[in-house]
Each structure stands twice: as structure tokens, then as C-alpha cells.
Design a protein around this ligand. Structure first.
Ligand code: PLP
Length: 232
């Protein structure tokens, strides 16, 4: 895995740079979030050794098991929460993560804000948008996004830096990413977390600032956890 980690990382970074070139994104604009869910600390360590510092996890408990130990060796890690968050896990999430990508309802926004004040940690957050209005996916409806971002900022006091989405499976993602970019512009946020292993170049073409890449870096997940069922 060790040689594989460095090689996979270099290959994905190269593809990101080529997509940025092709679509005119400034060099510093696209952040690679390496999605390490389901992979043990042993499988993550070679990516840290190869220089990767930004990671994504979808479950609070799993992050709690894996990351404090890894952080001990690498204090400059940035860990993104990319899975649905229950309000009763908000306190732990605020302690464990550096960026929350899945703010999607007022109750959660309020609880997160209170926990951030309590912990003295004002974390950058993304609002997750259910861009395909799919019943099984989390996220605020597109039509409610602009008002929700405003409430997150003005009512709850959260630091909303962008929007995040997981487009529907099996159809071209481009139009969904373009829609997310429009919503971000309307909401006055610059961050766009969109694009995974199969479509991050499309995300970059549509203005992604963050791509969340799992299997293309780490390999096939032990059990295939679909991106829309982050609770299993
Ligand atoms: C698992 C997951 C990813 C990574 O998916 P890959 O297809 O393995 O790159 C990205 N975003 C979210 C929200 C996920 O749950």
C-alpha cells in the first residue's frame, strides 16, 4: 500500500492540476479532500507520509477511533466531516473535526453554533444541498438554500464558507454542479465542495474549490458504502 499511496496521490493531484489548467481554475483553488472512511489508520498513514493533510470522514465514531492517534504525529491535519450529523453528536464533531460540510437544517445549525461557542472553536462550515431532491439523500432543498445560508450566518452565527452536494447516481453530474455554483453565487459564498472519484474533473470544470476523493486514492472500500448512505 505504501508505494501505492504515494503513486495514487500523485496521479490524482496531477489530474486535478490538469483539470485546473484546462478549465482556468487558479492553482491554489482546488483542495483535495482525501476520503478515508472505512479505511483503518494503517491505510491512512502512508498518505500522511506522502504529504496529504486534508481528509474526510463520514462518521463521528469512526473518526474518534482513528484520528486522535494520527493527529499526534501530524498536528497540521485538517479533517472534514462529510457525513450526516445528528445533533446529539455535535459536541464530539466540533471537538474532532476542523470543517463541517453537512450543515443542512436549522436545528443542527443551532446546536453546532452553541457547541462551537462552548468549545471556543469556530469551524468553517459548508451547507449540504440535496441538489437532485432525492428522498434518500440529506441536504437542504435547492430552493431553500439561499435563505438557509443567510439564517445560518445571521441567526445562528455560523461561519458558512460554501455549499456541498452529492449529485444523483447514473446521470451526468455537470448540470447539478452548475446549479450548486449558481446557488453559491446567490448565497454569497465562495466554497464549492463537489466531485468525487468518478467525477471530480467535472466538478473542477464547474468551479469546485474542494473535491472529495475516496476510492481513487484508497481503493475499493471493504464494504461498499454509497455516498448517500453514510449511516451504515
Ligand atoms: C464516500 C464519499 C465520497 C468519496 O467517494 P468516492 O467515490 O470513493 O471518491 C465523497 N463524498 C462523500 C459525501 C462521501 O460519503
Amino acid at each position: 500500500m505504501d508505494a501505492g499511496a504515494a503513486g495514487n496521490l500523485a496521479a490524482i493531484r496531477e489530474r486535478i492540476a490538469r483539470a485546473q489548467d484546462r478549465f482556468g481554475a487558479p492553482p491554489e483553488r482546488v483542495e483535495l479532500v482525501a476520503v478515508s472512511k472505512t479505511f483503518p489508520a494503517d491505510a491512512i498513514a502512508p498518505f500522511l507520509a506522502a504529504g496529504q493533510r486534508v481528509f474526510g470522514e463520514n462518521r463521528v465514531q469512526e473518526a474518534k477511533d482513528k484520528w486522535p492517534g494520527l493527529r499526534a504525529g501530524y498536528p497540521d491535519i485538517t479533517l472534514h466531516l462529510i457525513g450526516p450529523l445528528q445533533t446529539n453528536k455535535a459536541r464530539e464533531a466540533v471537538a474532532l473535526f476542523d470543517v463541517i460540510e453537512t450543515v443542512d437544517r436549522d436545528k443542527l445549525a443551532g446546536v453546532l453554533a452553541a457547541e462551537m461557542v462552548r468549545a471556543g472553536r469556530r469551524l468553517p462550515c459548508f451547507v449540504q444541498v440535496n441538489i437532485g431532491l432525492e428522498a434518500q439523500k440529506a441536504g437542504i432543498a435547492p430552493a431553500e438554500t439561499v435563505a438557509f445560508v443567510q439564517r445560518c450566518r445571521d441567526v445562528h452565527g455560523l461561519d458558512i464558507v460554501g455549499l456541498m452536494c452529492i449529485p444523483p447516481d447514473g446521470v451526468p453530474p455537470g448540470p447539478y454542479f452548475a446549479h450548486l455554483a449558481t446557488l453559491a453565487r446567490d448565497a454569497g459564498v465562495s466554497g464549492l465542495s463537489m466531485g468525487m472519484s468518478g467525477d471530480f474533473e467535472v466538478g473542477i470544470a464547474m468551479g469546485a474549490t474542494h473535491v472529495r476523493v475516496g476510492s481513487a486514492l484508497f481503493g475499493t472500500r471493504p464494504k461498499d458504502v454509497p455516498a448517500d448512505r453514510q449511516d451504515i
